[in-house]
Ligand binder design. Structure first.
Ligand code: IVH
Length: 679
């Protein structure tokens, strides 16, 4: 290529500008969590730089953002001896142990008060990054603390890790050799998105974010690592000199030089400050966009750290307060079948009691037969039980290596375990169902529980045990019988005092004027959830109209398709159901007619995207939006009208902000739909 030296100089200048511009965008995205340009613009800059680098290969530098993947797959990883050992942390499992730790620190330093830096304990992989003259030279895993493995090529592919340092916010210059330590982790959004994709394509799913991060980092081919959604938070620096005494200030400096630092890091005082921080973060743990397994407290002053020193492999100046385990191992004693309101049979694991995530678990869901087969769960197996937040505990996986003998595969029974009716399975559905309908006491109990539930008729005082007695004693066959119960009958039940009986009768009386939507939902028509019930009520205005509607009229209602319409029609064609409705009316129930909605769809023509954790199920939010005329899409693009962002929303929210798309919180959204018509 015969280019003039003037052209070359100008290309060189432009390459420098592009590198700086791209790095600035990376910094805003990964460190400040405040992206400044749309992806398309970022890609355009990257392509420009690549084109210039192709023209002038000798001007390509190792720190160029285009050079994150370089070289060939490795044969293995070279050992790296850490210049400063990578230590581990002592663990505390209670507030008392934190107090004892603090007492030791106070004693060791001969002072009365200590300031600590509190940090989330990320559940990922520890990494040590060595920068020489501000350039990333080597990245090594922890290994045994003394010797780790050289994973530099893989680490270079992680965009959140700077290839070279930058001075920002008038920060001082970095020391000639700087070792930064931190955690490489996989954010939950990336983990779930990866697995969703894997499921669709029949690929292998990642077990959990921690293993995923570790496995991604140990790939011999860095091109594979590059595809994995990895991120990084720095938590300490090792340097001969030139760093501030305060650990917190060190972290701030790292941030200014280009390293992401966890935004939850705080300065706290004495044991009480540590304990308060722990409780605060524990309460928010499930809404964080990454997994943490505890929090870490470190004496803030590095001089004080030095005074305290180490015991064996752990510092005396730091401690990890661990959360109760979210996963535990226990024995599967048996598999029972639970019959739900619509007859769906759910296999339930009976477990040897085990303490998981702060509670004792004896039962866990196995979801359905397909899941049992997929995980190959058999009675007698050792299983991993997982409990995340408030969700029902589940059997996550089986420890096949601990299986004894050759236990039989679980078989779904061909008759209902409660009423003996035949069990059916609809083609293509995962669910098995009892065909007994309301003949089946289990279905009857569940349908009554649903009828009285808070979002349906909201009748307080009718718990599972009481409903069980009412059905088993033959006092209640259908929900209409609830309104025929006498005081005497109630007093004849176990654990029923006069006061409770009177309260329950008053509750039943009070429930006699529900609005139509609630009643419709309470009736428990298959696939008619709360939102659909209210849409039907608004559209038709009276129960009679709904009962008489044909398929076409029904499918006119937003959110109602042929399947739901079929269930609605089948429900009202069933004589037994019509009798129940008549009995309810005879018992004195009067459902308030609803003003007919004039096909009003305030969100018609809009495309919404849901992201983050909402307090209501996603499907419900989707139904609500569709009922108001909006389309709901899975990805953010220029065509998106609004992004509904729940807690801990991640990349979709960032993209929306980049594209300047309107973002609403769940509270905003609920307010909006409370006033249909307003936009
Ligand atoms: S400090 C001497 N800070 O926990 C200090 N470690 O047993 C050593 N970890 O595998 C580490 N988050 O990778 C520190 N904010 C944090 C941490 C953290 C996670 C991991 C670390 C190591 C283990 C320590």
């Amino acid at each position: 290529m015969n280019k003039s030296s003037a052209e070359r100089r100008s290309a060189e200048r432009r390459m420098g500008e592009l590198r700086r511009e791209i790095e600035q965008h990376d910094y805003r995205y990964y460190v400040l969590d405040a992206p400044s340009v749309p992806d398309a613009e970022y890609d355009r800059l990257m392509r420009q730089l690549q084109a210039l680098e192709a023209d002038y290969p000798d001007l390509v530098i190792a720190q160029s953002p285009t050079q994150r993947v370089a070289g060939q797959p490795a044969e293995g990883f070279e050992p790296v001896r850490h210049r400063t050992p990578m230590l581990s942390l002592a663990n505390a499992f209670s507030a008392e142990e934190i107090q004892q730790f603090h007492d030791r620190v106070v004693k060791g330093l001969e002072i009365d008060h200590v300031t600590y830096v509190a940090e989330p304990k990320l559940d990922g992989v520890a990494i040590s990054l060595r920068y020489e003259a501000g350039c990333l030279e080597q990245a090594a895993t922890r290994g045994d603390g003394t010797t780790g493995e050289d994973v530099t090529s893989n680490v270079r592919t992680i965009n959140a890790i700077p290839l070279h340092l930058e001075r920002r916010e008038q920060s001082p210059l970095w020391p000639p050799t700087l070792e930064v330590r931190g955690e490489i982790y996989m954010p939950l959004a990336g983990f779930h998105a990866w697995n969703e994709q894997a499921r669709k394509q029949g690929g292998k799913e990642l077990v959990n974010p921690r293993n995923a991060a570790a496995g991604s980092l140990r790939q011999l081919d860095p091109r594979i690592t590059k595809t994995r959604p990895l991120a990084f938070y720095a938590y300490s620096a090792v340097a001969a000199e030139g760093l501030p005494d305060s650990h917190l200030e060190v972290l701030q400096l790292l941030r200014a030089w280009g390293f992401p630092v966890n935004p939850e890091v705080r300065r706290v005082k004495d044991a009480q400050g540590c304990i308060d921080y722990y409780h605060d973060l524990a309460a928010r743990r499930d809404s964080l966009p990454y997994d943490i397994d505890g929090v870490v407290f470190k004496v803030e002053s590095r001089e004080q750290q030095e005074t305290l020193g180490f015991v064996s492999r752990a510092p005396r100046w730091a401690i990890a307060r661990k959360f109760p385990a979210q996963e535990e191992i226990t024995r599967l004693l048996d598999i029972d079948i639970q019959v739900g309101r619509t007859g769906a049979l759910t296999p339930v694991a009976r477990l040897e009691p085990v303490f998981v995530g702060g509670v004792t678990v004896t039962n866990a869901t196995l979801h359905n037969l397909d899941e049992i087969r997929r995980k190959d769960v058999r009675v007698g197996d050792w299983v991993v039980v997982r409990r995340a937040g408030d969700v029902i505990p589940e059997v996550a996986r089986v420890l096949l290596e601990r299986r004894e003998g050759d236990p039989e595969e679980f078989q779904m029974s061909t008759s209902c375990p409660v009423c003996g009716s035949a069990v059916e399975r609809v083609e293509g559905e995962a669910v098995f169902r009892c065909s007994g309908g309301l003949f089946c006491p289990a279905q009857r109990k569940q349908s009554i529980m649903h009828f009285v539930s808070r979002r349906a008729m909201d009748i307080e005082g009718l718990g599972e045990k009481l409903v069980g007695q009412l059905v088993d004693k033959g006092l209640v066959h259908s929900v209409a019988d609830l309104y025929k119960l006498s005081r005497e009958q109630l007093l004849g039940l176990e654990r029923m005092g006069e006061k409770s009986a009177d309260n329950l009768l008053a509750e039943l009386e009070r429930s006699k004027t529900p609005d139509l939507g609630r009643l419709l939902y309470a009736l428990g028509i298959r696939e008619v959830g709360e939102v659909t019930a209210h849409s039907l009520a608004r559209h038709f205005g009276s129960l009679e109209h709904i009962a008489q509607a044909g398929e076409e009229e029904l499918t006119d209602v937003p959110d109602v398709g042929p399947v739901v319409a079929g269930h609605v029609r089948a429900f009202f064609q069933e004589a037994h159901n019509r009798e129940i409705i008549d009995s309810l009316a005879q018992a004195g129930l009067r459902w308030k007619a609803v003003e007919v909605q004039q096909g009003e769809q305030p969100l018609a023509g809009q495309t919404w995207v849901l992201t983050g954790a909402l307090s209501m199920p996603r499907a419900k939010a989707k139904n609500m939006l569709e009922a108001l005329g909006a389309k709901v899409s899975g990805s953010v693009s220029a065509k998106t009208s609004v992004v509904l962002a729940g807690e801990a929303a991640g990349s979709k929210l960032r993209k929306a902000e980049k594209l300047g798309i309107k973002v609403l919180s769940e509270a905003d959204f609920l307010q909006l739909i409370a006033k249909p018509g307003s936009k």
